[in-house]
Design a protein around this ligand. Structure first.
Ligand code: DGL
Length: 285
């Protein structure tokens, strides 16, 4: 859908919470959100057919993310979480400023970068941190900019890891071949600043590489994954916004949707979620 096309009238009734990612990575966020807030209904969309987003331009990530948000609104969601750093870095601000006022100013789209950065101040002692993320997130400078706003004394070094998402999306996260690229990007990050004591996994796919990341990261460095931070931040958001909480239905269900083939998604999702889920194919057009 381009900017000129007008979405269908949006359903007014309360609905599920929408969770969006380019692929499987957002499942690491969704599972933590469901642990913290099991009472709500959820719809997950993975745009697996067009993943990875990390090497795509600003315009394309914005367009794809906007399509997914409109789809989730049409499916009844009033609140959408972009469980994707690349989409949060490249599309969130534009959707909030340009699209929400015209679509429905009462609906909300939240990202994962701010809740992650809010926690960093109490974790780093050296005040030197590292961010491992997609090329898109690193080039956007979103992490250093957010950190500067909240903690101007913290030094941020970033490292793009362009091969990590393809390893996860292709189910190769545990394979021997993954070791080379896991070690390579960690070494490149740490060579930029020897004082780094905390590293943010700034891509929701990366927790699926955690066993290997732990293996190659020096033990005295704290590794931060985002799932629990985002889940706690959402819990807090719903507590502070009772008007939005009322628009989230409470049936404890979860629907999984993918733009790719259903059987491919359910086979991979089962390894990430440790359970079999039923999946529906969707198109954004
Ligand atoms: N999982 C996403 C992120 O957090 C996107 C990865 C990609 O599609 O490149 O950045």
């Amino acid at each position: 859908m381009n900017n000129q096309q007008i979405p269908l009238p949006l359903p007014l009734a309360a609905g599920p919470i929408g969770v969006f990612d380019s692929g499987y990575g957002g499942l690491t966020i969704l599972s933590k959100i469901r642990e913290a807030l099991p009472q709500y209904d959820y719809i997950y969309i993975g745009d697996n057919a067009r993943a990875p987003y990390g090497t795509r331009s600003f315009e394309i990530v914005y367009e794809f993310t906007r399509e997914a948000v409109i789809k989730l609104f049409e499916m009844g969601c009033h609140l959408v979480i972009l469980a994707c750093n690349t989409a949060s870095a490249k599309a969130l601000r534009s959707i909030q400023m340009n699209d929400l006022p015209g679509l429905d100013p009462q609906r909300r789209v939240l990202g994962v970068i701010r809740p992650t950065v809010e926690c960093i101040g109490s974790l780093t002692h050296s005040r030197h941190i590292g961010v491992l993320a997609t090329s898109g997130t690193i080039l956007s400078e979103s992490y250093p900019m957010e950190v500067r706003k909240l903690f101007p004394d913290i030094e941020v070094s970033g490292q793009a890891c362009p091969l990590w998402v393809p390893l996860v999306e292709n189910n190769e996260a545990a394979s021997e071949g993954a070791d080379y690229f896991v070690k390579k990007y960690i070494d490149e990050l740490l060579a930029k600043d020897h004082l780094i004591d905390t590293v943010i996994l700034g891509c929701t796919h990366y927790p699926l590489l955690l066993p290997k990341i732990r293996q190659y990261m020096p033990q005295d460095i704290t590794i931060m994954s985002q799932g629990e931070l985002v889940a706690q931040s959402l819990k807090d958001y719903l507590r502070r916004h009772p008007e939005m909480e009322k628009r989230c239905t409470r049936g404890a269900t979860c629907q999984y949707c993918t733009t790719e083939a259903e059987d491919k998604f359910s086979a991979s999702a089962a390894t990430f979620l440790n359970e079999l889920v039923s999946v529906r194919h969707i198109d954004f057009m």
